[in-house]
Design a protein. Structure first.
Length: 114
């Protein structure tokens, strides 16, 4: 299993970014995927998840601002982030739960300046 995130950047508050996670090494379409983030000095936390059937779930802090989606033809999961806030600053990680085992990407840095 390999997960490769991209799309992180430095952006001003109120701006937007789209993160991508390219997956390989497993049958992408049948497994749930997720995005997590870890800010400096804090624990990793759930941002959003999407089931194999496309059902989504969001952390309260990002609901209404972030959208998770997946393209099974491209083996890719996305995180569209709008109305970004300084408190969204973190390393964002892609997650796949494959056969009850968690896999993680290397992370992509998102920095939101005020």
């Amino acid at each position: 299993v390999q997960l490769v995130e991209s799309g992180g950047a430095l952006v001003q508050a109120g701006g937007s970014l789209r993160l991508s996670c390219a997956a390989s090494g497993f049958t992408f379409s049948i497994f749930h995927m997720g995005w997590y983030r870890q800010a400096l000095g804090k624990q990793r936390e759930l941002v959003a998840t999407i089931t194999s059937g496309g059902i989504t779930n969001y952390a309260a802090s990002v609901k209404g601002r972030f959208t998770i989606s997946r393209d099974n033809a491209k083996n890719t999961v996305y995180l569209e982030m709008n109305s970004l806030k300084p408190e969204d600053t973190a390393v964002y990680y892609c997650n796949a739960n494959v056969n009850d085992r968690n896999y993680w990407g290397q992370g992509t840095q998102v920095t939101v300046s005020s």
